[in-house]
Ligand binder design. Structure first.
Ligand SMILES: C[S@@+](CC[C@H](N)C(=O)[O-])C[C@H]1O[C@@H](n2cnc3c(N)ncnc32)[C@H](O)[C@@H]1O
Length: 261
């Protein structure tokens, strides 16, 4: 941590920028132009349409709901979800820097949310909390136990939004474009009485965790085929409304959908 955040004093009056600068120049998010903040280069706050899409399905009424957000990273979906006036919004983040970034964003924007620091499965496997909606965007493909993760989610909620990568043949057809995959380390694991293939994807760290990291807690993750993801959820009674499926993402195929029952 000392490598990323070193002690320093602000020389300016308090401002949005001084909040952001407290973390250092390691932001990925580009905040909306009229907020007057210099941070990263990727726009989400005013561009990300996933929260609105989920609401527009008619199956995801955020207002007055209890929401669990997994992996807020830099708090942009936290901000969007809070704007829908939920009864309760809990955002759980396992990476210490991303936890602090989300806390800064919460305080800077006066977001009504509980920001928690901890690991998804450790929490899901022990909690008695239940949620109306779980926001699971950008997290499934960072897990080493994705099936346990899906099963644990199905015990705390009846509604889950997912955006995730899924393994697809395109990954094998072009190994130079997808060097993170290592077929020798793939595993077949038994789950629900079936043998389900898990595809090994390394983060390819040279040494330390990179700055701006938004991946999982292990040096690798296990990816699933999209058909397996849908099936495991459907076997637990969920119906699927698809937002998108794409092979064109540079990091591998993506799917985005709402699962509800
Ligand atoms: C790719 S980002 C997703 C950001 C945002 N939700 C989105 O969809 O754009 C994944 C986030 O989940 C966190 N994360 C991944 N695995 C986790 C785990 N097992 N427990 C807690 N946090 C985790 C990462 O630190 C990161 O902030």
């Amino acid at each position: 941590m000392s490598e990323v955040i070193s002690q320093k004093y602000s020389s300016s009056a308090p401002s949005n920028q001084s909040f952001i600068d407290a973390i250092g120049p390691i932001w990925k998010t580009k905040f909306p132009e009229d907020w007057g903040i210099s941070a990263g280069g990727s726009a989400y706050f005013d561009v990300d349409d996933r929260v609105q899409w989920a609401e527009d399905t008619g199956h995801c009424n955020f207002e007055g709901s209890k929401i669990l957000e997994l992996g807020p990273f830099e708090g942009y979906n936290t901000y969007q979800l809070a704007q829908k006036n939920p009864e309760k919004l809990v955002a759980l983040e396992g990476n210490n820097i991303n936890f602090l970034k989300t806390l800064v964003v919460k305080e800077m924007l006066n977001i009504n949310a509980e920001i928690q620091h901890g690991d998804f499965l450790s929490y899901l496997n022990t909690t008695e909390d239940k949620f109306d909606i779980v926001w699971a965007s950008g997290v499934l493909y960072h897990q080493t136990e994705p099936l346990q993760f899906l099963d644990a989610l199905s015990k705390v909620t009846d509604k889950i939004f997912f955006w995730t990568h899924a393994w697809g043949e395109i990954v094998m057809s072009n190994p130079e474009q997808y060097p993170h995959f290592d077929p020798m380390s793939d595993e077949v694991r038994e789950f629900d009485g079936r043998n389900i293939k898990h595809y090994y994807r390394s983060y390819l760290f040279k040494s330390d965790i990179p700055k701006q990291f938004s991946g999982g807690s292990s040096p690798f993750a296990m990816w699933l085929k999209k058909e397996e993801i849908y099936k495991v959820l459907e076997d637990r009674g969920f119906k699927i409304i698809k937002k998108s499926e794409s092979d064109s993402h540079a990091a591998g195929p993506t799917i985005s959908f709402l699962a509800y029952r």
